[in-house]
Design a protein around this ligand. Structure first.
Ligand code: AMP
Ligand code: FE
Ligand code: FE
Ligand code: ZN
Length: 289
């Protein structure tokens, strides 16, 4: 008699998604709908310096086929180089976290206003309102809002042009984030029982800092990312194995802010999330330093 094999459908997830509570363009409910349409089993909401989208995303996912994982993306700095630390499976209700994030968002707002002043000094007619109307309430403001406003005003023809001419890290109107080190970002994620993950190392290019970050408490690394080449993915898989880090992966979707929504464009195995949940249960319970 012939044997029949029952193959389980491959369950994919996306552990890096932005909403319009930071510099994405989709609302939390739209992100949830889009993920379901993409057949994803889980998504992590990882806004820059904000957890405000987590309650509406969790509410939108009740009784639906997608699991919402609470997350964050923290911007840190190492001598002028930007390093992003994701916090996955965080206890997002923590007052300590909410307080720190509110302060980081206030600093972001001041930074964006300073970038607008620098643009004005160069004769670019861009108002604070042009930028603020692209975000709502207490949203985490970023350079992508400025880039979008420059596009809307017809000052640049594309988002990349805004970065190249004005607000990229080497641009004349760039203002760095308030000082926050990778070590502090990792400690904050661990203080709220999350898994700290180095985001898109293939973009940040900070390989020589990874061992120190591991000493500081880093637990994972984003090996799969929509802007990682196959070589980058292989390289960070090797580094993850050598350093004993958990694998992570995601699209880094910003809605339509960087072209078509990327949710589901990187098919990350569900097993990565299961390994993180196990790691959370079995030993990353450091508390506030
Ligand atoms: P911020 O946190 O304000 O520094 O902004 C960072 C955001 O800008 C992230 O979402 C980046 O992906 C995006 N970004 C940085 N450089 C570029 C670039 N050259 N083109 C498009 N987006 C960029
Ligand atoms: Fe972003
Ligand atoms: Fe990032
Ligand atoms: Zn991101």
């Amino acid at each position: 008699m012939q044997k029949t094999t029952v193959t389980q459908p491959v369950r994919s997830i996306d552990l890096h998604v932005h909403t319009d509570y930071s510099d994405g363009t989709l609302s939390p409910a739209q992100v949830v709908e889009y993920s379901i349409a993409q057949g994803l089993a889980a998504i992590a909401i990882t806004d820059h310096d904000s957890v405000e989208a987590i309650p509406p995303a969790l509410a939108a996912a009740v009784g639906r086929s997608v699991e919402v994982i609470p997350g964050i993306e923290l911007s840190a700095d190492d001598q002028g180089r930007e390093i992003h630390i994701l916090g996955l499976l965080i206890e997002w209700r923590s007052p300590l976290l909410q307080e720190r994030l509110a302060a980081l968002r206030a600093a972001r707002r001041a930074r964006i206003l300073e970038m607008i002043s620098r643009l004005n000094r160069r004769g670019i007619a861009l108002n604070a309102d042009d930028v603020l109307q692209l975000s709502s309430g207490d949203a985490s403001l970023g350079r992508l809002h400025v880039a979008r406003a420059l596009c809307c005003r017809g000052i640049v023809g594309s988002i990349p042009e805004a970065f190249t001419r004005f607000i990229g890290s080497k641009g004349p109107c760039y203002v760095p984030h308030a000082a926050f080190s990778a070590q502090e970002a990792i400690a904050l994620v661990r203080a709220v029982d999350g898994i700290p993950v180095l985001a898109h190392p293939g973009i940040s290019l900070c390989d020589e800092l990874i061992s120190q970050m591991v000493v500081d408490g880093l637990r994972g690394i984003e090996i799969m990312h929509s802007e990682h080449s196959v070589q980058a993915q292989l390289r960070y898989t090797d580094i993850a194995r050598a350093q004993g880090l958990l694998f992570s992966g995601g699209s880094d979707c910003h809605g339509t802010g960087k072209g078509a929504p990327r949710i589901g464009s990187v098919r990350v195995p569900y097993e990565y999330l299961e390994a993180m949940k196990r790691a959370k249960e079995t030993g990353c319970r450091l508390h506030a330093p």
